[in-house]
Design a binder for this molecule. Sequence first.
Ligand code: SF4
Length: 231
Amino acid sequence: MTKKLSAKCAKCPTVVCVPRITADETPTLDKAPAFCPMKVMPDVIENAVAEYDKPDVKEFARLASLQEFECYEHTPDGMRTKNPRILELFQFAQKCGYKKLGLAFCAGLANEASILTDMLENKGFEVVSVRCKVGATPKERIGIKAEEKIRGADSWESMCSPIVQAEILNSEKVDLAIMLGLCIGHDTLFIKYCRVPMTVLAVKDRVTGHNPLAALYLSSSYYARLMSKTK
Ligand code: SF4
């Protein structure tokens, strides 16, 4: 039995899902690669697209696309972008009619959380914020050994507790949770347990000013080691 191909959009040479045609034409799959998910799993796509028939999902998706549209402007010199992500956050939350926002932030970004809270409150939002160390639960609770503590074996270290962050924002019934700088893995748990709409303002990257793509942009020079093959 031949194995079903997996989607590899990142390696696609033709990108027929972004056809350069007019609105009254129909896209074709003639030039789509064999690994194109539109060829390999049309049933999955059809079922997923059907989700947009749910009125609340459709409206949310419409507002998200409207937000995307409003981030560009047409000038005599051509189309250009205009809005940083934080401004988009304000605009999208307003579009959705959200009043109460929840901020799940990393202790390492406490200053950023304070600035963001001021900004959001100045825009008229109510802000509930929860630091990752909430609960003051010792790292030993999850099996961290003394020698695995960042500040040394003798120090108390509160664990990052993304599940507590998520459950507090769930119980506060915030309209939208915002992740700010949670560590990798901690963010995964937060996403798993968060049951309110959620977006990400920034992810943790300790050496790039929380801009992980900086290392990718430097992968042909200063961070070439990222591209080397694992032996
Ligand atoms: S959906 Fe198909 S055409 Fe579009 S990028 Fe993926 S493989 Fe290429």
